[in-house]
Ligand binder design. Structure first.
Ligand code: PMV
Length: 320
């Protein structure tokens, strides 16, 4: 039997950056994200009878660097004394390039693995397992606007507003397609150890989260945009002030931010956010999405754009 699951990446508006506990991969801060609709990862898991190592194909190629993390995640779902697995992953967007592909991958993996081993864990337990592999993956188990609360020794995750209740759009400006130079896990550790801004980043996060959650609940786009941009730039300030510094941006990243500033000056409801990569995500009200897409496509250095509405959490798919 094979079990297939699909998950979409999520984009954090209030960012997770920093770990409270490295061995359990517990985040140091709470975060708020939106789950996307039209970018996806589909993951199939099949437990085999015969011995041998787990196997992993990502977009039809062997992925040795990812295999250890996938095997560890399968151990967490099915226990260390489990049958070996053949895992196949397909994504319809660039992976490892700051587009949250690890979030959709590990969210889909836990759902597929749980189905394959006949388990009956609830969504929060599965989110906690996904989060142990990739902190942001816990949020992709849920749809719409998702708050992840970082507690002392565990996380809580919940949808605070369904996508249908506030149907925002996200336009992603792709400015580079290669993999990022430093993974987010390593970059977070460097920030924690060396950035002089790290402690104030942690201290102020709950205030940012409260402001953003209130803005979502009030459907206040301007307030959400202001706090999301501020929070994003603070996270990048921690990265830039790490030693050695981590700068994920390129010149097209900055040009895309200028484009969004110009659209805002023209009165369009749009704001930007940027993760551990050079892509710029423009979040907008649906009526602005066409104009935002055209403007970003015409921006110097932008290779491509991808557009998505907000969508549901990870789920099992029917195998035909
Ligand atoms: O889940 P990770 O380890 O890939 O880290 C995600 C970090 C950011 O994307 C930059 C922020 C976030 O909250 O998603």
């Amino acid at each position: 039997m094979t079990t297939v699951a699909q998950a979409q990446p999520n984009i954090a508006l209030i960012k997770y950056w920093g770990k409270r506990d490295h061995s359990q991969n517990l985040p140091a801060v709470s975060s708020l994200s939106v789950t996307l609709q039209s970018l996806w990862t589909r993951m199939s898991v099949e437990f085999r009878d015969n011995d041998g190592p787990d196997t992993l194909l990502v977009n039809d190629a062997q992925a040795p660097a990812m295999l250890a993390r996938v095997s560890h995640c399968l151990d967490l779902v099915a226990g260390p004394v489990r049958p070996r697995a053949d895992v196949i992953s397909h994504s319809n967007f660039p992976i490892g390039a700051g587009l949250a592909s690890s979030a959709s991958a590990f969210a889909a993996l836990v759902i597929a693995a749980e189905g394959e081993c006949g388990g009956s864990r609830n969504l929060l337990d599965l989110a906690r397992i996904a989060g142990a592999s990739s902190g942001s993956a816990a949020r992709s188990l849920y749809g719409g606007f998702v708050v992840l609360t970082a507690r002392q020794d565990e996380i809580d995750v919940q949808t605070v507003c369904e996508s249908s209740e506030w149907p925002l759009e996200v336009v992603v400006a792709i400015t580079e397609e290669g993999p990022k130079p430093v993974g987010s896990g390593e970059a977070m550790i460097r920030g924690e150890k060396t950035s002089p801004f790290y402690s104030s980043w942690i201290e102020r996060q709950d205030d940012d989260l409260t402001a953003a959650r209130d803005a979502v609940l009030a459907r206040d786009f301007a307030k959400l945009g202001a706090i999301a941009e501020h929070n994003c730039l603070k996270m990048h300030s921690v990265m830039w002030s790490s030693r050695p510094p981590i700068v994920y941006w390129n010149s097209a990243t900055l040009s895309s931010m200028e484009t969004i500033r110009a659209l805002q000056a023209d009165g369009l409801p749009v704001f930007f956010t940027i993760d551990a990569g050079p892509q710029v995500k423009a979040v907008c009200l649906p009526e602005a999405a066409d104009a935002v897409t055209v403007a970003l496509r015409q921006t110097r250095g932008v290779l491509n754009t991808m557009r998505s509405s907000l969508g549901p959490g990870a789920r099992k798919m029917e195998v035909v």
